[in-house]
Design a protein around this ligand. Structure first.
Ligand code: PEP
Ligand code: MN
Length: 338
């Protein structure tokens, strides 16, 4: 249930709603907007509570039930767009934020060379996997702690924030020490223990869409982070599994305007894992920007043929620089810039 307070409602009036909710054993979350405060009433028994109980309280403008399973990521709770700020980089504003780098951190030389080149081409976040969730236990699993240390060195050397995946609650503290944004991979989108811990840590999180999950399930998963008070949530569409097998996954381009319609959270797109082939990445990246994505997550490797992971879908730094140029007019055509 969503309680919208009147413009200029007094703190006592807001408190009155919170207290009434508490007496009914409901949790609350406040969205203190510039004009109005919106209060979400949370709990598994909100369906049994009459809206009139809150509608008559002083300072209340309206009370609405949200029929969708997600509440805190819903626009009804927060009508204005969320902008996540990471070391001077804003995700969800007018600028399209490009995150680029290798699928996996492999060596110091590989990471530093990529960092230098993607930054030069205009990327504002460096990506690199240290803990790799692999389909086979016999595939390269990442450099783990040594990979994190290299990411830390790269961000200091090039003055660029980094994003890396966390797969286990036990690693959250160490990963958040070395990385500015923590990525929850597609396979972990519904790992609710991981999401709750990341919510408590309040660090910026990129929540990738589970490749077999609906948009509703994705937003409901985001609620696990928001419910713990972590507002730094960025969604990432990375392709879903369909009957189509000529590409690795099918990019759900429609998810971008759908997310924009129903949620206030920023959404970025990963064209690399969606397509599975470097030659298809530019078209998807441009389509994503045209459809309203707030950013891109792109795999770039200085020598894709030698890459330990996902070389086929990785752009060379030269191809990446070329794509960045091609993206500029697309961004401008939708009132954004790169
Ligand atoms: C990745 O970005 O490195 C990755 C493993 O992606 P996904 O979780 O989308 O498969
Ligand atoms: Mn990859």
């Amino acid at each position: 249930m969503i309680v919208e307070m009147r413009t200029g409602a007094a703190p006592e009036e807001i408190n009155g709603v919170v207290e009434r909710a508490r007496s009914l054993e409901l949790g609350t979350q406040l969205n203190v907007g510039t004009h109005k405060t919106v209060i979400a009433l949370l709990g598994n028994n909100t369906g049994q509570i009459a809206t009139e109980i809150f509608a008559v309280l002083p300072g209340v403008e309206s009370v609405t039930r949200i029929m969708k399973p997600y509440k805190l990521s819903a626009r009804e709770f927060k009508p204005e767009n969320t902008v996540v700020s990471i070391g001077g980089v804003e995700i969800g504003g007018r600028r399209i934020v490009v995150m680029a780098g290798p699928c996996a951190v492999e060596s110091e030389a590989q990471l530093m060379e990529t960092a230098r080149m993607v930054k030069e081409a205009g990327a504002s976040v460096l990506r690199g996997g240290a803990y790799k969730p692999r389909t086979s236990p016999f595939s390269f699993q990442g450099l783990k702690k040594a990979g994190l240390e290299l990411l830390d060195r790269a961000r200091k050397l090039y003055g660029i924030p980094v994003i890396t995946e966390v797969v286990d609650t036990q690693d959250i503290i160490s990963v958040s020490k070395y990385s500015d944004i923590l990525q929850v991979g597609s396979r972990n989108m519904q790992n609710f223990t991981l999401l709750t811990s990341l919510g408590q840590r309040k660090c910026p999180v990129v929540l990738k869409r589970g490749f077999a999950c609906t948009i509703t399930e994705w937003l409901t998963a985001a609620d696990y982070l928001l419910a713990e008070g972590n507002e730094n949530v960025i969604l990432c569409e990375r392709g879903i599994r369909t009957f189509e097998d000529s590409t690795r996954f099918s990019l759900d381009i429609l998810s971008i305007p759908v997310i924009k319609k129903y949620s206030h959270l920023p959404v970025i797109v990963d064209p690399s894992h969606a397509s599975g082939h470097y030659s298809l990445v530019p078209s998807l990246a441009k389509a994503a920007v045209a459809a309203g994505a707030d950013g891109l997550l792109i795999e770039v490797h200085p020598n894709p043929k030698e890459a330990l992971v996902d070389g086929v879908q990785s752009l060379t730094p030269e191809n990446f620089a070329c794509l960045m140029q091609e993206l500029r007019p697309v961004a401008e055509s939708v009132g954004r810039y790169i």
